[in-house]
Design a protein around this ligand. Structure first.
Ligand code: ADP
Ligand code: MG
Ligand code: MG
Length: 252
């Protein structure tokens, strides 16, 4: 079993020469096979948490730690984090013009495993994963994210998850633009990865909609850069009914 541990994490961003603290002491422990949902109002720092785990250079960690089985994740470069078993699907995936999905996946797999996958098995694995996601084989020859619809971006993300077999996945979902079919693809992919590889999942979302498909055992409510409340699935149901108002007026 693996553990991803975030301790008293403080993160700042600098915009227009002004440094602003966004994460103000986040504590979170995720074990293999567990699903944690981070929920919270817009601007509460959810994506900042995802980017910080990913090692995005714009986000400066000013305090605290992130460790994976005791290894210092913050000391790792972005590639090292992927090799250590972290998978980070970003909210706004970048276009990689001229690189096909097929080449992108093979390059990513080689980077994560430290060696190129055997061609015969790889072709079979890609075919199977694409079949699982009900993807047209022609998709593999398209440019990465070039003209992808919201649903195609999601399928591409989950395709990576299936093929790279990470230990932990951080999925930052806007949920916006995702139809029911895409939500189902994401949730089925995540559930499959949990069954097959005991994946630990951190699912970041504003809306409760996706939680009808992916059932988190743990729900953390994020407000103003800290976890304001924690609970089980019942907390997500409560947020669905009540929204975030209760948290936004708390402490006033
Ligand atoms: P969420 O994902 O919960 O909506 P974010 O992490 O995106 O929240 O944003 C948290 C706060 O940090 C917001 O006030 C946002 O304006 C600010 N912020 C985040 N990223 C940047 C950035 N790259 N440049 C400037 N401000 C940012
Ligand atoms: Mg603190
Ligand atoms: Mg966000």
């Amino acid at each position: 079993m693996s553990t991803l541990e975030i301790r008293d994490l403080h993160v700042s961003i600098t915009a227009d020469d002004v440094e602003k603290e966004i994460l103000r002491g986040v504590d979170l422990t995720i074990n293999s096979g567990e699903t944690h949902a981070i929920m919270g109002p817009n601007g509460s720092g959810k994506s900042t948490l995802a980017y910080s785990i990913a090692g995005h250079p714009k986000y400066t960690v000013t305090g605290g730690s992130i460790t994976l089985d005791g290894e210092d994740v913050l000391a790792m470069g972005v590639d090292e984090r992927a090799r250590a078993g972290l998978f980070l699907a970003m909210q706004y995936p970048v276009e990689v013009p001229g690189i096909t999905v097929s080449n992108f996946l093979r390059t990513a797999k080689t980077a994560v495993d430290g060696e190129a996958p055997k061609l015969r098995t790889w072709v079979k694995d890609v075919k199977e994963a694409m079949g699982n996601l009900r993807m047209d084989p022609a998709f593999a020859e398209r440019g990465v994210n070039e003209g992808f619809s919201g649903g195609e971006k999601k399928r591409h993300e989950i395709l990576q998850l299936e093929l790279l077999k990470p230990r932990f996945a951080v999925l930052d979902e806007t949920d916006s633009g995702l139809d029911v079919d895409a939500l189902r693809v994401v949730s089925e992919g995540v559930n499959r990865a949990q069954e097959n590889t005991d994946l630990g999942v951190l699912l970041i979302t504003h809306y409760t909609r996706i939680l009808r498909y992916i059932k988190p055992e743990f729900v953390h409510v994020f407000v103003d850069g800290v976890i304001a409340e924690e609970g089980g699935p019942e907390l997500a149901e409560r947020l669905e009914n009540e929204g975030y108002d209760r948290f936004l007026t708390a402490g006033v």
